[in-house]
Ligand binder design. Structure first.
Ligand code: F6P
Length: 365
């Protein structure tokens, strides 16, 4: 029987539905089967650098959190101990405070750390293991863009929200004979847009992996018109862009220390403005934004997150530090933490895109 451990837990990066389900599964199995003790590190890696951002994480603390969105531990998508934003003489500068994080982990008497997050959080976890901290990871993101795993939790819920939004846009588009453009998250990966576009019956799906030509979309709208379909739904990934164009960026926050990554946004408006030059129909743009990340997780995400929370304790038990849990062909397996760094993209020649095209959905190419 392995000795009970004291384990830190943090959630980093953008939140997503299922984080609380994972925390609950982890703590329940950890306490019942191994007698582990858990320390909640608040606001992602910020809690390992700043003082007073930790809390005990008992079974009692996880009661009732299974259906709740967000994360009870809080999160941050800008706190990176290796490039930590510090205010010096009125100016923000980035400093390597990884030694502070290691020292804090020692002070907290942690036997290991469980980091739940996307590629940023898991990559930091990998770098901390190189410096001696024992870290295991659980992948999460609504974008589903991590190569180490077939699917991340949070994706299924977000996909359902986007699909419902496209469903709802249909009736109002049809009533007004409008072209409805709906902008969907996913950063540089088109998985959310592709899946919800197909599931919601979008007429045009624009993803970052296939730069679009506006003429091709216009043709599709005209073809629909000739079949007496006087409305169209266009699902646009926030990372989509026209051939010869550039990414639509909301602000360059990523260039300012401590402000996180560059924020994407506006791809829907770019597409609508381009289209407006070619078609007489009224065009409206809906940006789903953070609605896609909020609310209660789907049954599939609760299940996957709970399985991840339980499975990650096998990695701890077996001393498989510097690893993460992953879903491969329906089974929860182990993958190196470093694999999270490889970004996954929609295959433009893969079956979902080919079948969608074969049904007449346009990708604007
Ligand atoms: O990575 C998840 C995600 O929701 C992306 O799809 C999106 O581009 C980004 O986070 C939004 O980040 P923020 O919450 O910082 O606006």
């Amino acid at each position: 029987m392995p000795r009970p451990l004291r384990l830190g837990v943090l959630t980093g990066g953008g939140d997503c539905p299922g984080l609380n389900a994972l925390i609950r599964g982890l703590v329940k199995r950890g306490v019942h089967e191994f007698g582990h003790e858990f320390v909640g590190i608040e606001n992602g890696y910020m809690g390992l650098v700043e003082p007073d951002l930790t809390r005990p994480l008992t079974e009692e603390d996880t009661r009732g959190i299974l259906p709740k969105g967000g994360t009870i531990l809080g999160t941050s998508n800008k706190a990176n101990p290796f490039q930590y934003a510090v205010l010096e003489n009125g100016t923000w500068v980035e400093k390597d405070l990884s030694e502070v994080a290691l020292h804090r982990a020692e002070e907290l008497k942690l036997d290991g750390l469980i980091a739940v997050g996307g590629d940023g959080t898991l990559t930091i976890g990998h770098k901390l293991t190189e410096k001696g901290l024992r870290v295991v990871g659980c992948p999460k993101t609504i974008d589903n863009d991590l190569s180490g795993t077939d699917q991340t939790f949070g994706f299924d819920t977000a996909r359902a929200i986007c699909t419902e939004a496209i469903d709802r846009l249909h009736s109002t588009a049809e009533s007004h004979d409008r072209v409805m453009v709906v902008e969907i998250m996913g950063r540089h990966a088109g998985f959310l847009t592709l899946d919800s576009g197909i599931a919601g019956g979008a007429d045009v799906i624009l993803i970052p992996e296939i730069p679009y030509r506006v003429e091709s979309i216009v043709e599709k709208i005209h073809r629909r018109g000739s079949r007496k379909r006087s409305f169209s739904i266009i699902a646009v990934a926030e990372g989509a862009y026209p051939v010869g164009g550039t990414l639509a960026v909301l602000d360059q926050a990523g260039d300012i220390p401590g402000r996180g990554v560059v924020r994407l946004g506006g791809a829907g408006k770019v597409c609508a403005d381009l289209l407006a030059r070619h078609i007489p129909a009224e065009i409206r743009v809906t940006v789903l934004g953070h609605l896609q990340r909020g609310g209660s997780p789907s049954a599939a995400d609760r299940l996957l997150a709970t399985m991840y929370g339980c499975k990650v304790l096998d990695l701890v038990r077996d001393g498989q530090w510097d690893s993460m849990v992953a879903l491969r062909e329906g089974r929860i397996v182990t993958a190196p933490l470093s694999e999270s760094r490889k970004e996954r993209r929609v295959d433009p020649d893969g079956e979902p895109v080919r079948f969608a095209k074969s049904m007449g959905i346009s990708f604007g190419d």
